[in-house]
Write a protein that binds this ligand. Sequence first.
Ligand code: NAP
Length: 271
Amino acid sequence: MNTDKDWKDKLAVVTGASSGIGAATAKRLAREGMQVALVARRADRLETLADEIRRAGGRAHPIPADLTQESGRARVFTEIEARFGQADVLVNNAGLGWYGYGDRMPWKTALEMLQVNVEAVVQLSLSFLPGMRKRDGGHIINIGSISGSIPSQGVAVYGATKSFLDSFTTALHRELTGTRVHVSVVRAGPVRTEFGEAALAKENGGHVPTEHIGVTAGHVAWRIWKLLLRPRRVIYVPGWLRVVPLTELAFGWIIDRVGPLLLKRGRGASL
Ligand SMILES: NC(=O)c1ccc[n+]([C@@H]2O[C@H](COP(=O)([O-])OP(=O)(O)OC[C@H]3O[C@@H](n4cnc5c(N)ncnc54)[C@H](OP(=O)(O)O)[C@@H]3O)[C@@H](O)[C@H]2O)c1
């Protein structure tokens, strides 16, 4: 168990900080006294958020970067090292989705998703982890999804990227047992952000059926702050979603049968 004093003045790197969960998390952590490094492509949004945080008395440092690129991710790491020496918290939040049948998914969208949702998480984690181990302190938080626990029609590649995060997190968590370095995955259900809009804007993209429902980004940010205070391998947001992996085990065979029907009939599944 950590206290809020343990995190005061420490540096959190938050990817995907230009909107949604990332922006809300950066604001929350800054409000709790942490310094935040804001990573995403849209530099104007990062500057606006940094100004807002500074006006409220916090400390924020925009680092614009495209996380599809290995060089962009490497630059985030070297900039943090050069300016701050270390990162105490890494929130791997940047991510994108796409909704529709796999046979209509353009490869370039699948590749972008693999690069941001998987490659960037691995590269940034492996870059920051040795420093955390050396200092014996730090926390990596991966923003997963309940889609990683229940492979679903319409999100074949997206769900697989989030399953990857589940496995990656669990293995690292087990490697780090007995240390003061923590790795966690946040299995989030629907959250009201720009996620659905961004997915729809992509070639052949359909409406994400859950795009208008779910918890607020602020709620997820609050749970992330609580996770820093009380580290655990996995949290579900909202909490009742912890039944979902059991549902897949018990009823996966039914979902196999009705899956294609659900996708055709799904609200807004404009395919
Ligand atoms: N919303 C949901 O229902 C939901 C549910 C479960 C899990 N999640 C996960 O939560 C995370 C955040 O999503 P959100 O809901 O907050 O969506 P969002 O509002 O669309 O935010 C996505 C963030 O990712 C960043 N990003 C995308 N591509 C990037 C790239 N190439 N380089 C750098 N940054 C990139 C975006 O910044 P730029 O465009 O400025 O680069 C943006 O800041 C994602 O990992 C998502 O899978 C979301």
